[in-house]
Design a protein around this ligand. Sequence first.
Ligand SMILES: N[C@@H](CCC(=O)N[C@@H](CS)C(=O)NCC(=O)O)C(=O)O
Length: 202
Amino acid sequence: MLLVGMLDSPYVRRAAVTATLLDVPVEHRSVSVFRHMDEFRAINPLIKAPSLVTDAGTVISESLLIIQHFEDVAGRSLRPVESAARERDLALTGIAIVAADKAVAIEYERKRPEAQRYAPWQERIVTQLHTALDLLDAAAKEGALSAGPELLPCDIAAAIAWGFCRFVIPDVAPAERWPALAAQAAACEALEVFKTWPIDRE
Ligand SMILES: N[C@@H](CCC(=O)N[C@@H](CS)C(=O)NCC(=O)O)C(=O)O
């Protein structure tokens, strides 16, 4: 299987870390959706990262679906089995994905020429990001997010979303404002599986 996309994408990185934890072997190709558009388009005309090319040659977009395919191949999932824990994981994973979505939106807004930026929209997405980070920090503080020993999807998603914020928009995500989340993410980043898929490999 071939996972396509750069590891500075929180979606690509989440998929890569999950594949390793599920023991699903993936080859990784670091192709940029911006700098290598033609190369990306040849793999997936949608030019979305991550893209997965399965062993059968099928192209799958969207990280959640790619992870679902990894689970199908592995015959297991990283989600807890017990229903309350499972629900909590789904809720926290969703919050972490929203955090990543909003951080990406903030980064993309910054690509616009100054005159084409719309301040009320920028304020909205920063507020949404901060709300998501508040919720993740509270979860980390009460121990609902951790760095293992068994990593859950929410642990992975939260740590990766936080790492992405610190990497691309550190000015709107100061570490001292969300210390429990920052500590949880730092503990995850120290793990071998996170080091295998570093955010800044390229
Ligand atoms: N919901 C998607 C989001 C993926 C996404 O937005 N990826 C960005 C890179 S971080 C991308 O492909 N951007 C180019 C574009 O949207 O045209 C997922 O979970 O895979």
